[in-house]
Structure formats: C-alpha cells, structure tokens
Design a protein around this ligand. Structure first.
Ligand code: ADP
Ligand code: MG
Length: 623
C-alpha cells in the first residue's frame, strides 16, 4: 500500500552543508559508517528506554542489533537497525532540516582545513548527511516502533537540494539505509574495509554489529564488533587505545582526549564513571543551549543525554558516560533529577573531574594544561561563580597573564609566592584586551615598586572576580578601583619625597577648579597614588561597577545606570603642574577636558566628543 510520492526541498542550510561536506571532507569519507552506526545505536538506545515502560514496543524482537551488508553488483551498502525507527513527521523533522540553533556560527567556524572541519561536522550532529560522502543516492526506509506496518516511510535523495517522501508498507520496525555508491567510493564495497572501519569506531558500541560471514556459507551472519559496554569491563582488560577509540566514538572527535578517568564507585550508591577531557572546545561551548557531553545510563540502559543534573554547567565540556546501579529504569526524568543517588553521583563526578584537571595542572612539564586552559579556562572561571563548594579548588586552577608574563600561565599560588615585602593583597586589572591591560596607566606605580599585577582581559573576568574575594587569606583587589596606598609596600619610590610633597601642595587649589570644569562627568577628582608617568587616569569607587564592566554591559545592549568615574591626577606630571599655574577659566576648562579625555582613551574607550578633543589638542599643540 504505497502512498503518493512527494518531493520536498531541503532547508537552505542542509543544501549548503551537503555541498560543503562533499567538497571538504573527501579524504575522510570513511566517517559515514561511523555516523550511520552511531545513529543506529542511538535508535536502539531509545527503543530500549521506551520499552522499559512499554514492553509491547519490542514487537517480540528484543535482539537489538545493526546489520551491515554489501552488494557488489548493485554497488550498494545497506545499514539496517531494529531500533526506534521514525514516523513520517520525524523523518521530515530529523532528516530534512537542521533543527539545532547556531547553524550560522557553525558555518563561520569552518576553516577550509579538512581535518578541522571534519571535527566540527561530527560535533554539530549532522552525521546523517555524511552518507553523501560516498553515495550519490541514499534511500532510507523506516517505521516507528509501535506504529502499524502501513506507517512505513521511504525517503530518498540524491543530495542535490530535494528529497522525496513516500508512505510504504514496512513489516520490520526500525530503519534501513541503502547507499548507492559513487564511482570514486569503490573501496567501501570491500567487506574487509568495512570491518576494519567498524573495529576502529564501533567496537564498544554496546549492540552487536553484524555482517554476513566472511567465509563459508553466505547465509551465516557474524558479529563484527566487541559489542560490550566499555565502561562495564574491568580496567585491567582495557588498553589505552580502547579508551581513545571509545572517546572518538562518543565525542565525535578525531583527536585524542587530553585525559580520562574510569572508576567504579561503591559506597552508599554504586556507579561507574568513564569521563574524558577533550583537547579542544566544541563549536557550541558558548551557546546558551550548548550540548552537554555526558550520557546517563542505568545498568547499561541509556537514559538521557546529560545536562546540568549530571555535572555542573561549567564542566559542560566533559565527555563520557555515567552508569548508575541505584536509579530505577522506568521513572520519569523529573523524578530521576530529584533522586539522592543522582545528587551523589553528580557530586562524586565533579570531585573526580576536578581531581583529573588538578593532576594535569600540577605537572609543570606538560603542555597539556596549557592546551586545556586555552580551550576551557573560561569555563573554569564560571565555576568560581557557580560552584561555591569547590571555589578554593577551582581558584587554584586559574591561570593568568601578569605584568611578569604575557602568557596565561601565572597561578594565584605563584603570585602569592612572589609577593613583595609588605604586600598582602593580590592586585589585578581588567581591560578588554591584553594590550589595553598591559599599557594601562594604573600600572605605573606598581611597575615602579616591582609589584606584580594580574592582567585580566576576558569578559567573564568582571564577573568571577566579584565572587572571589580572597585567596589563601589574601584579598583580591582591582587596581582601578578605590583608593590605593602602596606606601608601605616594596621599594621606596625614586622620586624625591620632599619634592613630591611640594608638588602635592601646589596642586591642591587646582583640584577644586578641575572639579568645576568637569562638572557632572566625574564623581570626584583626587591626587593619585597609582601614576608615575601619565598625567591622569580614571578609577571607580570600590563598590561601583568598573568602567570596563559598564562598557561590556552597554555593548550587550543592557541599560546601565551611568556610573561616574573618579579622575585621579599625577601631581608630579608637567601637564598637571602647568594646570596648577593657570588662571583663565577657559584655558583651565580646555586642559581639564583634555586630561579627562586622555584618561578615557587610555582605557581603550572613545571620548564623548572626539572632534572636540582633537580641536583642543590641536589648539594646545599650536599654542
Ligand atoms: P545526530 O545523530 O547528532 O542527531 P544525525 O544527522 O546523525 O544527527 O541524525 C539526525 C537525526 O535523525 C537523529 O537525531 C535521529 O532523530 C534521526 N535518525 C538518524 N538515523 C536514525 C536511525 N537509524 N533511526 C532513528 N532515527 C534516526
Ligand atoms: Mg548522528
């Protein structure tokens, strides 16, 4: 009973993706099999999960498996599963569109570098389309478990922008995909080649992958993969290579992971962890709906893709499996989420992941931590905010650039060890780039006294610093905030003390005039303890938000109440001394505005009236 055949058009992104895939991934063709097996295995997982509450879905056949066949004469490969299958709507939704958000960013990230792009394609979850790497025509026939045979669906496409859809009768539940191979894909007609790909990517899929027997009777079928859940096997039986291959399978990654842990925990609750730290960030790490990478199993049955119930959000880059022996199989996700067993597992996993990261960070000779920090450092900073219980541990893992080191390798422990005599505060500055931080006038007095300052230049630095008030009993303090007194720290300053005092006295009367000239622009004008070279800088009050933070919020389109800065001036600077000697109101006004706008510029921002600024500077230069 076949229905009429309809033609549908692919969503524009799908078409674009298909073109791209065929042109950029031709040397990685073999991944098509990994992707199709992975989908078949997901489908088996889903059926097993649904059947836990509705046994009838098995339709008398609970032997979940994948069958792969080659027909040399017809030049086809068939991948067949008896998993959950798809309804007509599901086919349209899953195979005709890319539902995930962030498609545009995905395309932007593609580099033209095949190897890199291949990583992305796997992670983006567009695996099914990789069939067109080897096929110029793909036919998918499927029936959703639980629907009657009349509800079969046949989908077919040449990968050219449209696909056809037809209702067909299908006795067998599940999905069958027939690949009509391209001329240049002959190598995949060799069953041995397919077997070796299956070993490479799918040995640890917990379902049997079967093929016709290689020798003897063609009717014999044999299981090609190991077909046992890797994490349930004893560590002593497993080689590094097994762990790496399993990682590549679950993370859709071509690279090896940085580290992994495999532990069976037996206490009040019993669970197994197999968790990996990847080498690079997935494309969606910073999307609000970023995919979490840990899967929850209950006694080997897949329950759900991970989310914040399994690991805290800041550890969303972790990949792997958590398998609980205590949770019930057939309850709703909502109930699962509230169970103490789940809570305990989350806590235990968090602790062990942090341990794994610490171990890597502790090894000074290894580049791995640097790689890790580059990819996921900003996630750990989120952890300072999100995970109060582990705040101290996470703080030790942070790495920064500082006035001593351009690269982000300085830890808070390093910093504290290097503090100078009399110093009891950890100083940092936030800016919107390393260059802006490094050249900030606020650093001058610190440089002169040999006090190290951490240079923070990521957006998130404005947030986490508000949550970490101290480290090992040392206060953290922004050098662009509040009043500063460095007089009891480090080396005495080079400038003659008596001369400084005189300069201060001279400038005091000018301060009132500056305040009048700047009016509403500033909260206050005062003499600076930070400056040695620049004439002026802006600082925030200790409990106001910083000017950098204000800028970030504005750029993000948020309404921010205007926070007035404090203008600090350097009494030893020639420009400031000159100002102190001025008498005409107009000249003082111009000078005051120049000082103010310069300080704004030094923060990496623009003066309110750039043209006016230029005019005043020109007048000064030609005076
Ligand atoms: P992903 O697996 O990351 O979701 P794919 O492009 O590989 O992306 O597959 C898209 C979707 O198509 C899957 O999420 C699934 O809903 C559906 N699908 C693909 N293959 C099968 C299959 N063999 N059985 C059931 N559903 C499938
Ligand atoms: Mg897939």
């Amino acid at each position: 009973m076949s229905g009429t055949r309809e033609t549908h058009h692919f969503q524009a992104e799908v078409k674009q993706l298909l073109d791209l895939m065929i042109h950029s991934l031709y040397s990685n063709k073999e991944i098509f099999l990994r992707e199709l097996i992975s989908n078949a295995s997901d489908a088996a997982d889903k059926l097993r999960f649904e059947a836990a509450t509705d046994d009838a879905l098995y339709e008398g056949d609970a032997d979940l498996h994948v069958f792969i066949d080659v027909d040399k004469d017809a030049r086809t490969i068939t991948v067949r599963d008896n998993g959950i299958g798809m309804s007509r709507e599901e086919v349209i939704e899953n195979i005709g569109t890319i539902a995930r958000s962030g498609t545009r960013e995905f395309f932007q990230q593609l580099s033209g570098d095949q190897e890199k792009d291949a990583h992305l394609i796997g992670q983006f979850g567009v695996g099914f389309y990789s069939a067109f790497l080897v096929a110029d025509r793909v036919t998918l026939t499927t029936r959703r478990a639980g629907l009657t045979p009349e509800h079969g669906v046949r989908w077919e496409s040449r990968g050219d922008g449209e696909y056809s859809l037809e209702t067909v009768r299908r006795e067998a539940r599940g999905t069958e995909i027939v690949l009509h191979l391209r001329q240049d894909a002959d190598e995949f007609l060799d069953p041995w080649r397919l077997r070796s790909i299956i070993h490479k990517y799918a040995d640890h899929i917990p379902f049997p992958i079967r093929m016709k027997s290689a020798s003897g009777d063609k009717k014999d079928v044999e299981t090609v993969n190991q077909a046992s859940a890797l994490w349930t096997r004893p560590k002593s039986e497993l080689k590094q290579e097994d762990y790496v291959n399993f990682y590549k399978h679950i993370a859709h990654d071509f690279d090896e992971p940085l580290r992994y842990l495999h532990q069976k925990l037996e206490g009040k609750y019993e669970y197994t962890l197999l968790l990996y730290l990847p080498r690079h960030a997935p494309f969606d790490l910073w999307h609000a709906d970023a995919k979490h990478g840990v899967k929850l199993y209950v006694r080997r049955v897949f329950i759900m893709e991970a989310n914040e119930d399994l690991l805290p959000r800041y550890l969303r880059f972790v990949r792997g499996v958590m398998d609980s022996s205590d949770l019930p199989l057939n309850v709703s996700r909502e109930i699962l989420q509230q169970s103490p067993a789940m809570e305990a597992m989350k806590k235990g996993a968090t602790k062990r992941v942090l341990g794994l990261i610490e171990e890597m960070a502790g090894n000074r000779d290894s580049d791995d931590y640097r790689t890790f920090w580059q990819a996921f450092g900003n996630c750990l900073k989120e952890g300072i905010i999100e995970d109060a219980a582990n705040r101290e541990r996470i703080a030790k893992l942070l790495r920064f650039a500082s006035t001593r080191c351009d690269e982000q390798t300085v830890s808070l422990e390093d910093y504290v060890q290097r503090m100078v005599k009399g110093q009891d505060t950890i100083y940092y500055i936030t800016a919107d780039s390393l260059a802006a931080a490094k050249h900030s006038p606020h650093l001058e007095a610190f440089r002169e006294k040999g006090i190290e300052v951490l240079l923070l230049h990521d957006r998130i630095d404005e947030w986490w610093t508000a949550h970490l008030n101290e480290f090992e009993g040392k206060k953290l303090q922004s050098i662009a905030k509040g009043e500063l007194d460095l007089s009891s720290i480090g080396e005495p300053s080079d400038t003659d003390k008596a001369q400084r005092e005189r300069n201060r006295k001279d400038i005091e009367p000018a301060i009132q005039r500056l305040k009048e000239a700047l009016g509403e622009r500033v909260k206050d004008v005062r003499i600076s303890e930070r400056l040695t070279e620049s004439p002026a800088c802006l600082v925030s009050d200790q409990f106001d938000i910083s000017t950098n933070m204000e800028r970030i919020l504005r750029q993000a389109g948020q309404e921010v109440p205007a926070v007035k800065p404090i203008l600090e001036i350097n009494p030893d600077h020639e420009l400031v001394k000159r100002l102190a000697r001025m008498r005409t109101k107009e000249k003082i006004n111009d000078y005051a505005l120049i000082l103010f706008d310069q300080a704004v510029l030094a923060e990496g921002a623009l003066p309110e009236d750039p043209a006016g600024f230029v005019k005043r500077i020109n007048a000064l230069l030609s005076a």
